[in-house]
Structures are given as structure tokens and as C-alpha cells.
Design a protein around this ligand. Sequence first.
Ligand code: ADP
Length: 163
Amino acid sequence: MSDKIGLYPGSFDPVTNGHVDIIDRASKLFDQLYIGVFCNSEKKGFFDLEIRIRILKEALKNYPNVTVISAQDRLAVDVAKELGVTHMVRGLRNPTDFEYESNLEYFNNRLEEQLETIYFIARNVFRPLSSSRIKELIHFNSPIDDLVPQSVVDQLERINEDY
Ligand code: ADP
């Protein structure tokens, strides 16, 4: 049997415990799992691409079959093809995610018919969690320690020390 290679694409701006849970579960199913940090050069993110990558690498350092990659202005299906990916990985929190993801899958399949997408239904505790909510909490100086990996908290402390 050929290797099962997954690609979990997202903005991860920043990564949350919800993302990490999907990665943890997917890492057990795939021989190799790529986490693709996708960004659009015209959209300014909260954290720069390099910082998002550093945060993710630190958070995922104990997963030997997980590799963090970056992709700027690239289609996920093109990156998947280049890496020999067999399955895309996505998370589903609610009906809005379902609507969005099924539309995305339709267009991905138009480009790459063979590429399957595997969906992980978010566990109850992670369903309310999103990167945008985290950014809002950071903006209002609310605690986020139990919602994100420690590497996100460390990065924020580094930024605060610089001011
Ligand atoms: P985007 O910015 O493209 O919406 P994200 O980086 O926020 O993407 O998320 C990438 C993927 O992770 C999506 O499939 C999304 O549904 C999923 N996801 C995001 N947050 C969670 C969470 N808390 N639990 C499970 N899956 C999640």
C-alpha cells in the first residue's frame, strides 16, 4: 500500500487548541501530515507568516510525522499535487463550516479529481473556538492561555516585552 499523505491547509493566524486537536487526530491516520500555512500577500495577517510558522513548529515538535510548510499566494491543490498528497484534511465546527467546506471541495475537485478531503468533526469543547475570536481576546487583553498552545502565549509575551 502506498503512503497516506495528508495536507491540512489554513491560515493558522494564530493556531488554536482546536487546530491542534485536528492535527493530533489526523497524525494518527496518515504516514505523513503536512500543515500548510497559507497566506495572501495582499492581506495583512495578525501574525507574519514566519511567526505563524515558528509558533506551529514549536507547538508540533513532538509529532515526528508532522511537517509545517508555508505557501504564499498558492492554491492548496497545487501544493498538494507537488507534495504527492493523497488527502486534504479539514475541520468542521458547525453548519457554516459545512457550507463553506462543501463549496471548497467542489472547486478543489474540479481542479484535482483524485484528491479526497477528510473532515474531522470538532470535539464539543473546541467548537466555539476560532482564530478570529482569539485575535479579539488578544485585542482586549483577555486571557487565552487555555485556548491556544503555549507557543502562541510565548510569542505574545515576546511582543509585549519589545514595547
Ligand atoms: P481559514 O482561515 O481558512 O478559515 P483556519 O486556519 O481558521 O482557516 O482553519 C483551517 C481549518 O481548520 C478549517 O477547516 C477550519 O474549519 C478548521 N478549524 C478552525 N478552527 C477549528 C476548531 N476550533 N476546531 C476544529 N477545526 C477548526
